[in-house]
Write a protein that binds this ligand. Structure first.
Ligand SMILES: NC(=O)C1=CN([C@@H]2O[C@H](COP(=O)(O)OP(=O)(O)OC[C@H]3O[C@@H](n4cnc5c(N)ncnc54)[C@H](OP(=O)(O)O)[C@@H]3O)[C@@H](O)[C@H]2O)C=CC1
Ligand SMILES: O=C(O)CCC(=O)C(=O)O
Length: 444
């Protein structure tokens, strides 16, 4: 975080000039992982190498200074980014993160994953991602609002319902999106709900957006369990991260009969052999850091020695749903789950992915598994444009239909080409993007 220094708002050159020949460090940055995944998957598709090369780079990265007057009267200047990766299929789309580890490189990597995610789901969007380097837990509600409004003002020229549509991600939520939409609309002189998605329904948000990424993770777990002949009833599941994605996935799987034996947050991981009562554990937005309290108060539940041990539990399905780079070369051999369903973006490094593949662990990638979030965002965008609201039942049923369509498209590539789920998801996405580029005649 920069304090008291005036980084002027500026548009920086694409953050992409590192040597691609260097041996990647472990853990890799999101950008390194995204590029290596792209190269790996492109081999399985007859696609112009020029297109692949272009897709390793973002179109633009906006870097802005976000000054904030704190409640005590002092002024701090935070740095924010918006990376815009590719828009051949439609406006840039992707979340905004408030987190101390936000960086330009991370935003670029995450924006690349958004491009693939939207293409896997066949949504008319490209990929974007942004954020502010800040720990939102250290800000009061008023400070969060002021920071969000100023960030929206700095990004105003670069976003819009037909240009780039932000949404929630780590450390941001529906309230953040409402402030962002209000600040943007005030500058534009009219209410423009479609500038962001993930808003509260009362200001143009859709029902079901908050639960959607977790719901899609649960749907994918259900399909993967069925594909690999596991019974959903009694399926053992561990979930790292008990926020928007993790808690919604855990609770739905619990409702469907799975045994969610462990969940975690930054305070630690709680374990109960017979399954946890997931509804009794408050999620991050309901009460941050509540997992440890639940463990202390509940018979039959205990904390694991180290929160990260959750990744090495002997369960049928592991759902990393917190942050990136948690499965690395250091622990990939110790993962004992049969199936990993990625709730977070980029939880598995490229090298760890190879280890898991060699060991026969099936990894269902983020760009498919957590795509329910952006799919519900698409539904919200449609509702905003049409000034018409959908019921929660409509959202859930359309979401399930879209997820099954994407799952089947990816499964077909897995079976036809005998490749991993990640490569298959990339093949589906890349095929659509390359075709769009070819038809539009965009070059490079
Ligand atoms: N929200 C969305 O719409 C979407 C989010 N994602 C991705 O899902 C992931 C989680 O996002 P989201 O659920 O929104 O985030 P939230 O901010 O709602 O929750 C994050 C959760 O992860 C926990 N956490 C953070 N670091 C660790 C760690 N090292 N070990 C264990 N738990 C940890 C937090 O714990 P604590 O409470 O202690 O801070 C919190 O419970 C991110 O990778 C995000 O990009 C993907 C698709 C859509
Ligand atoms: O809903 C969206 O637009 C994007 C959500 C997101 O950031 C993600 O899927 O990683």
């Amino acid at each position: 975080m920069s304090t008291g220094t005036a980084d002027t708002a500026e548009e920086s050159a694409p953050a992409d000039d590192q040597s691609e020949q260097q041996e990647p460090r472990e853990p890799e940055t999101a950008l390194e992982t995204a590029r290596r995944q792209l190269e790996h998957a492109a081999v399985h598709l007859d696609v112009d190498p020029g297109v692949v090369e272009r897709l390793k780079h973002p179109t633009t990265v906006h870097r802005v200074a976000v000054p904030l007057e704190r409640d005590d009267g002092s002024v701090e200047v935070f740095t924010g980014y918006r990376a815009q990766h590719d828009d051949v299929r439609g406006p840039y789309k992707g979340g905004l993160r408030f987190h101390p580890h936000v960086s330009e490189e991370e935003c670029v990597g995450l924006s690349m994953w958004m491009t693939w995610k939207c293409a896997v789901m066949d949504l008319p969007f490209g990929g974007g991602k942004g954020g502010v380097i800040v720990d939102p837990k250290q800000l009061s509600e008023t400070e969060k609002e002021k920071l969000t409004r100023r960030f929206a003002e700095e990004l105003r020229k670069f976003v819009g319902p037909k240009k780039d549509i932000p949404a929630p991600d780590m450390g941001t939520d529906a309230q953040t999106m409402a402030w962002f939409m209000d600040a943007y609309s005030m500058q534009e002189g009219e209410t423009i709900p479609g500038v962001v998605t993930g808003k509260p329904p009362v200001v143009g948000g859709t029902e079901g957006r908050e639960e959607a990424p977790g719901r899609s993770v649960a749907l994918v777990v259900r399909e993967a369990a069925d594909y690999y002949d596991y019974d959903l009833d009694g399926l053992t599941v561990a979930v790292q991260g008990y926020g928007s994605v993790g808690a919604n996935a855990a609770r739905l799987l619990d409702d469907w009969g799975a045994d969610v034996v462990s969940v975690s947050d930054t305070g630690g991981a709680v374990y109960a052999e017979d399954g946890l009562d997931t509804h009794a554990i408050p999620s991050f937005s309901e009460e941050p850091n509540a997992v440890t309290g639940y463990a202390a108060d509940t018979d039959g539940a205990h904390l694991l020695d180290d929160g990260n041990d959750i990744l090495e539990l002997d369960v049928d399905v592991l759902i990393p749903a917190a942050v990136g780079n948690v499965i690395t070369v250091d622990n990939a051999d110790a993962v004992r789950a049969d199936i990993v369903v990625e709730g977070a973006n980029g939880p598995t490094t490229f090298a760890a992915d190879e280890i898991l593949a060699e060991r026969g662990v099936h990894v269902i990638p983020d760009i498919l598994a957590n795509a329910g979030g952006v799919t519900a965002s698409y539904f919200e965008w449609l509702q905003d444009i049409n000034r018409r609201t959908w019921t929660i039942e409509e959202v859930r049923s359309e979401l399930e239909a879209e997820m099954l369509k994407a799952w089947n498209a990816v499964r077909t590539e897995v079976e036809d080409k005998d490749i991993t789920w990640r490569d298959a998801a990339y093949v589906v996405a890349l095929g659509r993007i390359a075709e769009a580029k070819s038809v539009r005649g965009l070059w490079p």
